[in-house]
Design a protein around this ligand. Structure first.
Ligand SMILES: CC(C)(COP(=O)(O)OP(=O)(O)OC[C@H]1O[C@@H](n2cnc3c(N)ncnc32)[C@H](O)[C@@H]1OP(=O)(O)O)[C@@H](O)C(=O)NCCC(=O)NCCS
Length: 452
């Protein structure tokens, strides 16, 4: 696919001394490092001027094996926080292996943009929903604000739509590039806990030990058991556990993965790393308030030993861990940003989430006539002929609730505050109550808790 590049914004050109991308930027004045690091530039050839020229075209095509090292170098430069091992391991160790879609944008045969997409599955109760997960979208600093990410997203979403995935998800550092492609933010919850001056001591009889290879089967069983009710990506297959364990040995930053043992057997686990003055919790599995409290005590103790002021992470507000840590210190639960979804196919989404919504209903006894949901112009009825919630074609004369796709997604994901969308329109009290029973605000969205 050939696309004309838009004109560079006047302030887009790199200025000598101001560009942080020394590995790439010709204006950094570091000709040696520029030549030596750019995978598509032969030594001694000098910096290109192409980025600042007009009337250029880019070609978007599947990544070729011969482009792999250039793509890794681009990702590594664009995501400065991530080690290049992340990207190598990402391709190799994730459960579904390599990304299902990898696209490269090239200008003059130079790789200047990249996107990848992976078919994953999300838990919806005991059901799964196929989701296309977009990641690693990046544009070379010299070529930004010229429509490269826009072109890559468009091409990736064409592949997603051709594969009929009902939903596309991603985690956005900035939301702007995604909005115009139909992505909506879906809030999730995070906790921030203060580390007390005298941290609590985990109970006697509870041991925390580094995870060993032969613990993984037991921990995986615990994970499956604990997370059945959560909504979120089903990324943690058994193979993924192997990958995480192997990965810790290549990560330059320290990640800890500990198993919690009581009477000689594993009853939970936690993974965490140190990040920007806090201890960041990547994942906690601990059933029951006492075990949640024991894990919380362990984290506070570690943070205190490391001189860190906070323990934080993404969490479901109903998790036993939250109730445990609230007993030990001041905890703030707040809204997290960055998670975005796009409804690709409303009927596919409804087919997958319908049974789950039936299970989640607050009032099992609801049986009532249909309500029409107008989701951004697509009207579907929701009725309760029996215990099962049934989505179907629009029904004449049924009350209507108008929802944006973002509002509908927030309802499906049970986001805090999502029921406010049902206050709009002329819904009768009984039909509103009926909808609120089907879309409980439980905030059980789990997403990339283990994203390094
Ligand atoms: C984010 C990134 C991929 C954008 O790439 P790009 O090729 O410059 O983006 P585009 O030119 O296609 O921009 C398309 C639209 O996205 C929005 N956008 C892009 N970059 C933006 C920025 N830094 N701030 C606000 N909006 C931005 C604009 O609406 C833009 O349209 P406009 O230029 O006509 O106003 C690029 O800045 C990058 O690689 N950043 C580092 C890695 C990263 O953060 N990746 C994204 C993870 S979420």
């Amino acid at each position: 696919m050939w696309i004309s590049l838009s004109r560079p914004a006047p302030n887009n050109a790199c200025k000598p001394g101001s560009c942080r991308e020394r590995r790439w930027c010709p204006a950094s004045g570091d000709a040696k490092s520029t030549q030596g690091s750019s995978p598509n530039r032969s030594p001694g050839r000098g910096p290109r001027r192409g980025a600042h020229e007009e009337n250029q075209v880019m070609n978007i095509a599947p990544l070729k094996p011969s482009d792999e090292s250039a793509a890794l170098a681009l990702m590594s430069a664009c995501f400065a926080e991530e080690p290049i091992e992340y990207f190598r391991s990402y391709h190799r160790l994730l459960p579904s292996g390599r990304p299902d879609v990898q696209l490269a944008a090239k200008v003059d045969d130079r790789l200047v943009g990249y996107i990848e997409c992976q078919w994953v599955e999300h838990y919806f109760g005991d059901r799964t929903l196929p989701v296309a997960n977009i990641g690693a979208l990046c544009t070379h600093p010299e070529f930004r604000r010229r429509g490269i990410a826009r072109g890559l997203l468009k091409a990736a979403l064409q592949r997603v739509d051709a594969d009929r995935h009902p939903l596309t998800g991603l985690h956005a550092a900035i939301p702007e590039p995604y909005r115009e492609h139909g992505f909506w933010p879906v809030p999730h919850t995070e906790f921030v806990a203060e580390v007390p001056d005298s941290p609590p001591v985990p109970d006697r009889g509870t041991l925390f030990e580094p995870v060993a290879d032969d613990d993984l089967d037991e921990l995986f069983d615990l994970y499956r058991h604990e997370n059945r009710q959560l909504l979120g990506p089903l990324v943690r297959t058994r193979r993924y556990f192997n990958g995480q364990h192997e990965w810790m040995s290549v990560l330059p930053r320290e990640v800890a993965w500990e198993t919690m043992r009581q009477i000689g057997r594993s009853v939970g686990y936690l993974r965490y790393r140190r990040e920007s003055g806090s201890l960041k919790v990547l994942e906690v599995v601990a059933s029951g308030r006492d075990r949640g409290r024991a894990v919380a005590a362990r984290l506070l103790q570690q943070a205190h030993a490391d001189g860190l002021g906070q323990v934080r992470g993404r969490v479901s507000p109903r998790a036993p861990f939250v109730r445990g840590i609230e007993q030990l210190t001041a905890v703030e639960i707040r809204r997290g940003e960055g998670l975005m979804f796009r409804i690709n196919n409303l009927d596919g989404l409804l087919a997958a989430v319908g049974p789950h919504l039936s299970l989640r209903r607050r009032t099992v006894a609801v049986t009532s006539p249909p309500v029409n949901l107008n989701v951004a112009g697509q009207v579907r009825s929701l009725s309760f002929p029996s215990a099962q919630a049934v989505f179907g074609p629009a029904v004449e004369d049924a009350p209507v609730v108008d929802l944006s796709e973002g509002e509908f997604l927030a309802l499906v994901f049970g986001c805090p505050g999502s029921a406010a969308a049902l206050q709009k329109g002329d819904l009768r009290v009984d039909s509103r109550a009926q909808l609120e029973a089907v879309f409980p605000e439980d905030g059980w969205v789990l997403w990339e808790a283990d994203h390094y």
